[in-house]
Design a protein around this ligand. Structure first.
Ligand code: PEP
Ligand code: MG
Length: 758
């Protein structure tokens, strides 16, 4: 690299800085830019072509005939300029006329020039123009000169869009491959339909300054940002953003590899040396990698590219201080959120009225983010491979989380068909809603309890909307998840009291906090500050609550006070041994004694219950049964422990079936072992909200389901059509001698009896 070329590049950037800061209008700025570049590179010609009405129009030139400005127009793919735009690639030619795509335009008077270098002006990964230089002499341009041109192109892209010199429609028409509708397949994690605009959970950073004032300072900023990013990556294991366990290890490994990649840091530093700010340098290097990767058609490499994009964006956020997610920036209406993965707390930050759907690259049916989305009534499509490669911020999306797909940039026909389906779906919902006052009684006369799961203040309304029999699981930790700090006792009391007030005579079962696992709280960390290898089996739920006694004591007081004068139903999560229940109950009894002593109003009655989520507890139900009033089976956790299959691991999302003899036989044993006791038994996992699964539970003798509110109509409908005796007999047979595929068998059985029709 010659020092002359480096100086030239620096001159261009300095000149550019002045032009951009000036008060000239856009066309005048373009005119000055071509002069600055021409002078710095000593090139006879410098021209800018911009996209207008689908053609590349000469907007500014130094060296070509001025009469050609706004007259010369090239089609995409026509000549060298058109080729650059079409292929979004840089050309660097010592003899332009020798290139097969060269096409001569007499009005420009360019016949005397030999060498040519051109770079695309890119916006949202599409070319919206071309910047080119020409020399009379035969020369190849040096890398640093090309870099400078690419940087100018980056600045021009900002300038021309801000000045409205091209419009997005024009840009959109350029790249049919990127603009075509795209159908993405995934796994429906929360069923439903939605139409809206793609919004990235982690928005791209806007770069405000491109040209550096002090190169050394920029270098330092990048060094610090790299340090911080590496620290983050090293700490990242176990964070919800990455899912927990399994696949994320691989991702983290790749992240680590990139984060410590010297080539990457070197290229960024070189870009800074050429006069860029840290932000612009990161973006420049990224742009170049992106362009290189466009030419490689390899799914694995594309995945890695997304990882690098993620990381570059993270670095940009650190260096620019723009660290907010789309939630903190305020959501547009009808937004469909795009992310690799989300934590439940991150989702809760979004405005529920504006958020219409979520599409994730990862995700699994029982991960808490999905449970939260279900509670919020937001459809979620997960496991969409390559998602972020297909969807751009602002794209229109039709989310069909009934059939496991999403259409990006849909055609008018697709929109029409979707809207028809949407209307039909609403009708179906209306039918379910009309069942609000229908009691769930089986055909042979058994009243089934259908309750809802809840956790947010807003969920309370679902009780009257669905006509459910109460709240069978109130996840108290949701309040903790949405708070920036540990919620004070008064706030907890207020929420519990409001819930009880709204429920009136219907029962509410409060579950004490279940934090840990994939529900991490930034303000409540493990004592040694370390992430856990297996958080789902780690320091979570009652284990945390018993160790941090203050936590459970405060919650016990809040619950007891809120339930003053009425019945309190409280249950403890993740109990593995009866003594854990004893200790938790003792905390409540201690608080009760205190309230009694201080003459406060006490609950009329307290019913203690336990969640069955840990298989070990099933072996000790005879010991536990006399102590408790009810047992609620948490099939989400129970099945992950039965199968040793992490509920948050997307790779395992479809591997095991709830309708497996292993689970159903296990549940049958639990039901049998409680026969003759006074313990009410129910299920509050996601399983109960699905028709075939609910049918199986009925067949096992479980008559109390607590489910997601959206499923209440569906399950009431099922109950009303079911003959309990018949399904009990059938289930007995299936469990003695399981068919090869129980799901298929049950599906056929239920369909034949019209149980699955709407
Ligand atoms: C369960 O584990 O089934 C359950 C209902 O609790 P959570 O999903 O909140 O862990
Ligand atoms: Mg659980």
């Amino acid at each position: 690299m010659t020092s002359g070329a480096v100086d030239a590049a620096r001159n261009i950037l300095t000149g550019l800085h002045e032009v951009m800061a000036s008060r000239q209008h856009a066309q005048a700025k373009l005119n000055t830019v071509v002069e600055v570049i021409g002078e710095s590179l000593h090139s006879e010609v410098c021209s800018i072509y911009l996209l207008r009405e689908g053609m590349l129009e000469l907007f500014a030139t130094r060296g070509l005939a001025q009469e050609a400005v706004h007259v010369t127009r090239l089609a995409i793919g026509e000549g060298l300029v058109g080729t650059i735009a079409e292929k979004i690639e840089t050309l660097n030619l010592a003899e332009a006329a020798a290139h097969p795509d060269f096409s001569y335009r007499p009005e420009t008077g360019e016949e005397k020039f030999h060498s040519f270098a051109g770079v695309p002006i890119v916006r949202r990964e599409r070319a919206v123009g071309v910047l080119g230089v020409q020399h009379v002499e035969r020369r190849r341009y040096e890398e640093v000169e090309i870099e400078a041109l690419q940087t100018v192109a980056m600045v021009l892209s900002e300038l021309i869009t801000n000045a409205g010199l091209i419009d997005d429609e024009d840009a959109a028409s350029l790249d049919p491959a990127h603009n075509a509708p795209e159908q993405l397949r995934g796994l429906s994690l929360v069923k439903g339909l939605a139409q809206g605009t793609a919004v990235y959970h982690q928005p791209r950073v806007t770069i405000e300054h491109i040209v550096a004032q002090d190169t050394e300072a920029e270098r330092q900023r990048v060094i610090l940002a790299f340090d911080k990013m590496r620290e983050q990556i090293d700490r990242m294991a176990g964070q919800a953003e990455f899912g927990v366990g399994g696949e994320h290890e691989e991702v983290l490994e790749t992240y680590r590899m990139f984060a410590y990649d010297e080539g990457w840091t070197r290229r960024i530093n070189e870009a800074i040396d050429s006069g860029l700010t840290a932000e612009a340098a990161i973006e420049r290097v990224q742009q170049r990698t992106r362009m290189r990767m466009r030419q490689i058609d390899d799914a694995l490499l594309a995945d890695r590219m997304h990882d690098l994009e993620d990381l570059a964006n993270r670095l940009l956020r650190i260096v620019s201080g723009q660290i907010g997610t789309a939630a903190s920036l305020g959501l547009r209406n009808d937004a469909i959120l795009i992310a690799r993965n989300l934590g439940p707390a991150e989702l809760l930050e979004y405005d529920k009225r504006r958020l219409k759907g979520v599409v994730l690259e990862e995700g699994s049916l029982t991960s808490h983010v999905v449970i939260v989305a279900r509670a919020m009534g937001i459809p979620v499509l997960g496991r969409v491979r390559g998602l972020r490669g297909y969807v751009r911020e602002g794209d229109m999306l039709l989310l069909d989380a009934e059939q496991g797909m999403a259409t990006v940039r849909p055609s008018p026909g697709a929109i029409e068909a979707f809207e028809a389906r949407f209307a039909k779906n609403r009708e179906k919902q209306a039918v379910y809603a009309s069942m609000r006052d229908v009691e769930p009684v089986t055909r042979d006369g058994t009243r089934i309890q259908v309750r809802i799961n809840a956790g947010l203040r807003d969920d309370i309304a679902n009780l009257s909307l669905t006509g459910a029999d109460g709240i069978g699981l109130f996840r108290t930790e949701f309040q903790f998840l949405v708070s920036a700090t540990l919620p004070a006792r008064e706030r907890q009391t207020r929420l519990y009291r409001d819930v009880l007030d709204a429920a009136g005579s219907k029962p509410v079962v409060f579950r004490t906090v279940d934090i840990g696992g994939d529900k991490t709280l930034p303000y409540l960390r493990h004592d040694d500050g370390e992430g856990e290898e297996n958080p789902a089996m780690g320091w979570r739920a009652l284990r945390v609550a018993l160790e941090r006694e203050g936590l459970l004591k405060v919650q016990a007081r809040a619950l007891l006070e809120a339930a003053g004068g009425r019945e309190l139903n409280v249950m403890f999560p993740l109990v593995a041994e009866p003594w854990e229940f004893d200790e938790a109950k003792a905390v409540f009894e201690g608080q009760l004694a205190y309230l009694r002593k201080t003459k406060r109003m006490l609950p009329e009655a307290i019913r203690y219950g336990v969640m069955l989520e840990v298989p070990a507890l099933a072996e000790q139900l005879d010991i536990l049964a006399p102590k408790i009033s009810f047992l609620s089976i948490g099939t989400n956790d129970l099945t992950q422990f039965l199968f040793a299959a992490d509920r948050s691991n997307p790779k395992l999302a479809e591997r095991y079936d709830w309708l497996s003899p292993a689970i159903l036989r296990f549940l049958r044993r639990v039901v049998t072992s409680l026969e003759g006791s006074n313990v009410d038994i129910g299920v509050c996992g996601e399983m109960g909200g699905r028709r075939l699964e609910a049918l199986a539970l009925l067949g096992l003798g479980i008559h109390r389901l607590s489910i997601t509110p959206a499923a209440v109509g569906r399950i009431k409908d099922l109950v009303g059509k079911t003959d309990l005796g018949e399904i009990e007999t059938a289930m007995r047979g299936w469990l003695v001698e399981p068919p090869a595929n129980l799901r298929e068998t049950m599906h056929a059985w239920a369909s034949a009896r019209g149980l699955l029709t709407d």
